[in-house]
Design a protein around this ligand. Structure first.
Ligand SMILES: *Cc1c(COP(=O)(O)O)cnc(C)c1O
Length: 360
């Protein structure tokens, strides 16, 4: 059996070229006589791998000198704690709660200070992004927090919130490198790798230099202090070395494809295939308010849970994997990250049309 079309929300599909290259280098990385998994993270060879990965990421996004790039462990979820520990000088932060991940981050911040939910879309099961153009931002807020793309519900901020001068912190796990981005609008942007960038176990944090200080909350573990990691160039301890190597390959792959402009255009085209189909379908319908739709995660339903289950099962048998919606929302969800080929979405839409013919 060959490779299937994998619509998993994460860990998710990676570019086939990247996997092939990694396979070819598995036993003997470029004449070293060992795999990247087996080498010292302090070796010249590994330093070159991590430095090249950082340089390529900087080039892709256009990260200015006054931002640090950290390759960390603990997933996005550990940054839920690291963010308040490193930034809550006044012990106040404003959270925009647009889904399960934003809510987890908000709850975590409450362990450390006065985290305030200044907007939420929970009243409609997170199917939209609230208007964030004129929120009541707390005067003493240390930062304003968003989850920019809501993986489970399939919403994305079309506009960043007006933070009224406060630092913006964004979890971009499921939209990282999916389109061009102006990093200077963010104080901190971070994301787990396993959605759009690489293997689980790596989280990348891009942080404005002046926010990396010794002035952290009392009791902050050494490992969670961004300054520790920045001073040691992500090599304070053994980093998730193999994962970073794969991330580096994905960065090269995106550069070869033409960078974030090309990614963004392709992602728009892929998403349009699916949304256009949903909008005219008599059986399937999208669950998200149109202007808030994500390009990466596309949830949809038939309205009948039994039919949803039948669809997921038949799709799986036809080679379309992981289309079941998140356990908290049901229905279906197609995650169509950078590495999902256009043909994968095209074939999924054909399959849905056939299913509709038979079952409407
Ligand atoms: C998957 C995901 C997380 C959790 O990532 P972990 O690496 O498992 O901690 C957090 N935020 C968003 C937006 C996600 O999609």
């Amino acid at each position: 059996m060959g490779r299937i079309y994998n619509f998993s929300a994460g860990p998710a599909v990676l570019p086939e070229e990247v996997l092939q290259e990694a396979a070819a280098e598995m036993l003997d990385y470029r004449g070293c006589g060992m795999s990247v998994m087996e080498m010292s993270h302090r070796s010249k060879t590994y330093i070159e791998i991590i430095e090249t990965a950082e340089a390529d990421l900087r080039e892709l996004i256009g990260i200015p000198e006054n931002y640090k790039v950290l390759f960390l462990q603990g997933g996005a979820s550990q940054q839920f704690a690291a963010v308040p520990m490193n930034l809550m000088k006044n012990r106040v932060a404003d959270y925009i709660v647009t889904g399960a991940w934003a809510k987890k981050a908000y709850k975590e911040a409450q362990l450390f200070g006065d985290a305030r939910a200044i907007a939420s879309s929970e009243d409609e099961t997170f199917t939209y992004i609230p208007d964030c153009s004129d929120l009541a931002i707390s005067d003493d807020a240390d930062y304003v927090y968003i989850c920019e793309n809501n993986t489970i519900y399939g919403t994305k901020f079309a506009e960043l919130p007006n933070t009224k001068g406060k630092i913006l912190v964004a979890d971009v796990s499921s939209c990282f490198l999916s389109e061009p981005v102006d990093i200077t609008r963010y104080g901190v942007m971070y994301g787990g790798a396993q959605k759009n960038i690489g293997p689980a176990g790596v989280v990348i944090s891009i942080i404005r230099e002046d926010l990396i200080t010794d002035e952290v909350l009392p009791g902050t573990p050494t490992m969670l202090k961004w300054k520790t990691q920045a001073d040691e160039k992500s090599l304070y301890n053994t980093p998730p070395a193999y994962g970073i190597y794969i991330c580096g390959k994905v960065f090269k792959w995106i550069k070869d494809q033409g960078g974030l402009e090309v990614m963004g255009k392709r992602n728009e085209e892929k998403a349009a295939l699916l949304y256009d189909f949903l909008d005219q379908s008599a059986l399937f319908k999208g669950t998200v308010r149109v202007q808030d739709r994500s390009l990466m995660n596309v949830p949809f339903v038939t309205g009948n849970p039994d039919l949803d289950a039948q669809f997921v099962a038949e799709a799986k048998a036809a080679g379309f994997e992981n289309l079941k919606g998140h356990r908290s929302v049901g229905g279906m969800r197609a995650s169509i990250y950078n590495a999902m080929p256009h043909a994968g979405v095209e074939k999924l839409v054909e399959f849905m049309a056939k299913f509709e013919q038979v079952n409407k």
